[in-house]
Design a protein around this ligand. Structure first.
Ligand SMILES: *[C@@H]1O[C@H](CO)[C@@H](O)[C@H](O)[C@H]1NC(C)=O
Ligand SMILES: *[C@@H]1O[C@H](CO)[C@@H](O)[C@H](O)[C@H]1NC(C)=O
Ligand SMILES: *[C@@H]1O[C@H](CO)[C@@H](O)[C@H](O)[C@H]1NC(C)=O
Ligand SMILES: *[C@@H]1O[C@H](CO)[C@@H](O)[C@H](O)[C@H]1NC(C)=O
Ligand SMILES: *[C@@H]1O[C@H](CO)[C@@H](O)[C@H](O)[C@H]1NC(C)=O
Ligand SMILES: *[C@@H]1O[C@H](CO)[C@@H](O)[C@H](O)[C@H]1NC(C)=O
Ligand SMILES: *[C@@H]1O[C@H](CO)[C@@H](O)[C@H](O)[C@H]1NC(C)=O
Ligand SMILES: *[C@@H]1O[C@H](CO)[C@@H](O)[C@H](O)[C@H]1NC(C)=O
Ligand SMILES: *[C@@H]1O[C@H](CO)[C@@H](O)[C@H](O)[C@H]1NC(C)=O
Ligand SMILES: *[C@@H]1O[C@H](CO)[C@@H](O)[C@H](O)[C@H]1NC(C)=O
Ligand SMILES: *[C@@H]1O[C@H](CO)[C@@H](O)[C@H](O)[C@H]1NC(C)=O
Ligand SMILES: *[C@@H]1O[C@H](CO)[C@@H](O)[C@H](O)[C@H]1NC(C)=O
Length: 588
């Protein structure tokens, strides 16, 4: 029965000209975190990635905004660090670096601005190119040939980003590159264009590392809720939520910290939350914070830190689909989730800070990685929606990975291996259900009819041509044709049998991962998956600006006054985050 269904349904797929040429839906991929806590504004849990040939290991932070894999370029990424406190271990401080010159598979594309976080004032350039990228440390995980990689050197992003946004990167109007997530999906390595992420929390238990699942989620990690957010109409801000309230709860009662509810973007690329001015003032008042005007951050001295520890507030973010009303979900943070350090080159030595930043205006309202310590996010790019859950921290729950199926796929197996609700019995697959058989029979009939129709057409065409050649006997030929009606032929008796023969090729094997990390949607037949129109026609293209000189790359953050300085110096400098203006605004 199984062989039969493969034989029959694969040509159906072929006839639909699908790019996902396989009969099996793969399971979700769990990307194991590195054991490191990285970054100069965290600490944050990083993920190991392999780049190039031979493979070089780097550690990256997952980015919901980036559409390519950003890695620190060697040796430029550590140029100018000489004589600094972090000079000796610059490369490992930056999560490892990648030498494109020694990779035999690197193909260079050119230097362009990174097109993300420009609204926050980041103007970082990267050297784009294509190379092999693998998820996980060497010897593990999934590989992709020729995936878009961006070499960065700017200290604005100390650690590179694993860009998980599936939209294309547009170099020119006719030149765009496919994202990592889309490549994984097109090559049938993940079940759908979706992923889930939690940043982890060093302050929980003995330090809980981040969780990243491509094509699925782990429903043992969060408190369920029934709020689903639709993508925002502006696709560069698709993960927008209504932030309805921020409430601080201490032993002496509740304090409201968000005077003006508004729409905020969830973006894991950056560490801090960019909040409205009035909200920052409410935080200042409630927590005795003072803005440091060199860094634009709320640095804490020992007295302030001790005061916050004593206050020990719980801070609750209330999210809804809109700015007010509707159902809501609360994400609650202990003070420890805000008790972070900044270090070189933002400050010379590690310094405590409170990770909120004053936004210039609503275009900067952002909930960053800080927020994703206690929030678990699941994003489904095909259904164009996402969910945000309160992360739970329990020592003794078993992981329960669930694959997200693409929309409009029909489960042809009796198992629920990839159904969003249950995966526990996914290994006990057996046979094909009644509905599936009906589907297959309909498919067979449709194919026979199709092939028959095709043969009919071809034969008529042949006859026509023959008739035309016999110019002398036109009338006779026509008469002949009419006397000899063409009937549909047995599809297995002629031409098309070749095509069917090809289908015997074995189905693409799912990537090899640890058993517990791999989800056996394996028995599920993907033959009825039709690419959704969004994925073909709804690509969003970003305009990248023209190449700039490489020497500018080390200092490209644009602050109020820093733009001019950046041309001259290679010394890593970190620019004030507030207020962020362009030179043309007359700022600084
Ligand atoms: C950084 O790159 C250099 C080559 O320029 C290499 O020798 C070194 O191992 C790399 N360090 C890390 C931590 O990746
Ligand atoms: C590596 O990148 C630099 C620019 O950063 C480029 O000039 C060089 O050609 C690249 N090397 C190779 C082998 O492509
Ligand atoms: C990548 O390319 C190499 C040859 O260039 C090939 O052997 C390998 O199978 C390819 N891997 C993937 C995952 O496509
Ligand atoms: C990106 O390229 C596509 C066609 O390849 C074009 O339709 C689109 O306008 C481009 N986007 C931008 C922002 O230039
Ligand atoms: C903060 O939350 C924790 C965990 O829910 C709870 O145990 C604690 O009592 C809360 N603190 C305050 C001041 O409400
Ligand atoms: C508030 O912060 C200032 C330093 O900015 C410190 O001198 C003062 O003691 C703090 N107040 C409390 C109550 O901790
Ligand atoms: C910081 O701001 C205060 C008040 O706005 C100002 O007096 C002081 O000079 C500033 N310090 C620096 C280092 O810019
Ligand atoms: C969310 O938190 C706020 C403040 O702590 C509380 O008043 C509200 O009842 C909570 N809502 C839900 C749905 O738990
Ligand atoms: C940084 O730390 C070192 C050694 O602990 C100390 O000598 C130096 O003064 C500190 N620098 C600053 C700016 O605090
Ligand atoms: C943060 O920096 C302080 C010194 O300012 C240090 O005592 C503390 O251990 C650091 N915390 C972390 C998590 O690195
Ligand atoms: C927000 O601020 C930026 C930077 O100052 C500015 O370019 C933009 O026009 C502002 N947008 C709005 C809606 O005020
Ligand atoms: C599923 O298919 C139906 C009809 O073909 C279409 O109307 C609907 O939008 C599709 N749903 C999704 C989520 O693609």
């Amino acid at each position: 029965m199984k062989v039969f269904s493969t034989l029959v349904l694969v040509p159906l797929m072929g006839s639909l000209a699908l790019t996902r040429a396989a009969a099996i839906i793969p399971g979700a991929i769990v990307v194991d975190p590195s054991q490191f806590w990285d970054g100069n504004d965290g600490p944050w849990s990083s993920f190991p990635i392999r780049v190039g040939t031979p493979e070089q290991d780097v550690r990256l932070f997952p980015s919901t905004a980036a559409t390519s894999t950003w890695v620190i370029q060697a040796p430029l990424g550590c140029e100018g660090w000489e004589g600094t406190s972090s000079a000796s271990d610059c490369a490992s401080y930056r999560g490892g670096n990648f030498t494109n010159a020694t990779s035999s598979t690197w193909t260079d594309k050119g230097v362009y601005f990174l097109f993300v976080e420009q609204n926050l004032g980041y103007e970082v350039q990267g050297d784009y190119g294509f190379d092999n990228v693998g998820l996980g440390y060497q010897g593990t995980g999934v590989d992709l040939n020729s995936s878009l990689v961006t070499l960065i050197t700017s200290p604005d992003f100390i650690i590179g980003s694993l860009g998980l946004n599936p939209r294309d990167t547009n170099f020119t109007t006719s030149d765009h590159a496919t994202s990592l997530l889309s490549l994984l999906y097109e090559q049938n390595k993940i079940p759908s264009l979706s992923f889930s992420y939690n940043a982890g929390a060093q302050y929980r238990l003995n330090g809980v590392l981040g969780s990243l699942i491509l094509g699925g989620y782990d429903d043992s990690l969060y408190e369920p809720n029934d709020l689903t957010f639709d993508f925002y109409f502006d696709q560069t801000r698709d993960l927008t939520v209504g932030l309805q309230a921020i409430t601080s709860t201490t032993s002496s009662g509740n304090t409201a910290l968000l005077p003006t509810p508004d729409l905020y973007l969830i973006d894991s690329t950056i560490a801090q939350n960019y909040l409205a001015q009035d909200a920052c003032e409410a935080f200042e008042k409630a927590f005795n914070l003072t803005l440091d005007n060199t860094t634009g951050l709320y640095l804490l001295d020992d007295a302030q830190h001790a005061h916050l520890l004593e206050l020990n507030p719980n801070v609750t973010f209330t999210l809804g689909a809109e700015k007010s009303g509707g159902s809501t979900v609360n994400i609650t943070f202990p003070y420890a989730a805000f008790d972070l350090n900044v270090s070189y080159p933002i400050t010379q030595n590690a310094t405590r800070y409170f990770p909120i930043v004053q936004a210039v205006n609503s275009t900067q309202y952002t909930l960053g990685r800080q927020f994703l310590q206690e929030a678990y996010i699941t994003i489904d790019y095909q259904r164009q929606n996402f969910s945000v859950y309160q992360r739970t921290w329990s020592l003794n729950t078993d992981t329960h990975i669930v694959s997200i199926t693409p929309p409009n796929s029909t489960d042809l197996s009796t198992t629920s291996g990839s159904s969003p609700t249950d995966t526990s019995d996914s290994e006990q697959s057996s046979g094909i259900g009644t509905g599936a058989i009906v589907g297959i029979v309909i498919g067979v009939v449709a194919i026979i009819a199709l092939i028959g129709g095709l043969l009919f057409f071809l034969r008529r065409q042949r006859k026509r041509k023959a008739a035309e050649k016999e110019a002398a006997a036109v009338a006779a030929a026509i008469e002949n044709d009419q006397k000899d009606p063409v009937l549909p032929q047995d599809p297995y008796s002629s031409g098309p049998s070749d095509a069917i023969g090809e289908l015997d090729s074995p189905p693409i094997k799912p990537p090899e991962l640890h058993a517990e990390h791999y989800f056996t949607g394996a028995e599920m037949d993907s033959s009825q998956i039709v690419p959704t129109p969004e994925m073909e026609g709804d690509r969003v293209f970003y305009e990248l600006e023209a190449p700039h000189g490489m020497h500018e790359l080390t200092t490209s953050r644009v602050g109020a006054t820093e733009r001019q300085a950046s041309d001259a110096s290679n010394t890593p400098t970190w620019k004030s985050r507030s207020p962020i203006r362009h030179p043309s605004d007359g700022g600084g």
